[in-house]
Ligand binder design. Sequence first.
Ligand code: FAD
Length: 452
Amino acid sequence: MSRIVIIGAGLAGSLLSIYLAKRGLAVDVYEARGDMRLQEVAAGRSINLALSDRGIAALREIGMDKYMLAEAVPMRGRMIHTVSGETKLLPYSGRQGEYINSVSRAGLNIALMNEADKYDGVTFHFNQRCVYFDCASGEAKFSNGVRVKSDTVIATDGAGSAVRNAMLHGGVERFDFSQIWLEHGYKELHIPTGVDGSFQLEKNALHIWPRDKFMMIALPNFDGSFTCTLFLAHKPQDEGGAAFSRLTDERSVAEFFHREFPDATKLMPTLVEDFFANPTGNLGTVKCFPWNASGNALLLGDSAHAIVPFYGQGMNCAFEDVRVLASLLSEPGAIATGSSINWESVYEKYGELRKVNTDAIADMAEENFYEMRDAVADPVFVKKRELETKLEQTYPDYFSKYSMVTFREDMPYSVAKEKGNAQDALLMRLCSQVDNVSDLDLSEVFSIVKDL
Ligand SMILES: Cc1cc2nc3c(=O)[nH]c(=O)nc-3n(C[C@H](O)[C@H](O)[C@H](O)COP(=O)(O)OP(=O)(O)OC[C@H]3O[C@@H](n4cnc5c(N)ncnc54)[C@H](O)[C@@H]3O)c2cc1C
């Protein structure tokens, strides 16, 4: 039986172990941290995540979609908050049933590990940090001195991947690598549950406070609380500009929040404590290739393509990675001789299929940062969303770029990007020419858009 090592029991690694075990493969999963089922999850790792159709499709294949959605909070649109406290809901889609879901990161990770534990073929090894990987021999070395040799290693060890480092530093010839940091970092904050378990903001929305050079968002949790994330430059970008480096004491934090987000601030009784207790995270985009070290290792999920979180797709994309890899393992050509798997050939095909798509979502995620931060407050953009909603309500074949990325598990990210950008440019131009969306002839707009 093929023996596979997965490095990293995060979201992608845990899901992958189930997919492989279902195919009768034996899997050892090595995780740097302790078992999160037995300890409190460290602050600073995003508390909740938006799960959408690509991720749901991957969960469906292992029969876990309904289970996970039972404790998810549907978010039907973006609720924009102005400084003066007015709100406006911009629906994610004009179609019923197209929404994203706020799920607990730890809850999902734990559910996946519990499911994986049901298979005899899966063994988790916690507190085992991979420190070195020999790309030529396929041997992985762990911080406690243990060395492991398997048929192949799949590295799901996240954005700072140790296996990717070994590939970069001589392990794989002509290994392309880039890491671009955003000037913005992030910090998670908290709005507690209201009286009797109520939600203190609209429950079924992703809340956004766009403020030109920075923004705050809030996603609902199942228990009635909200997790807020402030995205702000690490250092001032202009004189007087807001930045984490300027928020150094209680007074400056309180003043900043009262000035910029007064409606949210009054719901955040532990704001100042949380601000100083929680870490400030970095955000960046990692691109690299090839992901395959002669069949000895494959990078998958964030280790291969970490992206900024502004499309809510990092995990969804990693889950799609798992689906694509598993489907290749089921193809007749995957079996080389006897029952052994031709990993190199599978990994090469996987890279060919995925790279163009992970590059596309990486680019769209960066672009969406500017859309969320600036454009949602732009009247032309608001008209464009209105027009798109009308188009989606009227024409079943119309999908906005957001819908193609988020609700079309059947459409590759690269196609969504190309088609979506062409649509966006056209609709923005049309909306800039009218005062009201009702001034546009909807059927004429649709006839142009559908041929793009
Ligand atoms: C603020 C924020 C918000 C986000 N929101 C969303 C969202 O709404 N929707 C969405 O789809 N995505 C979102 N993402 C992205 C998402 O979190 C990632 O894409 C996803 O976690 C990737 O899964 P992964 O398993 O590849 O990596 P990870 O989840 O990072 O897991 C990696 C695992 O490997 C372990 N590990 C690391 N190094 C080693 C080592 N050397 N040896 C052994 N183990 C190791 C880690 O402890 C961890 O358990 C967000 C990200 C951030 C930062």
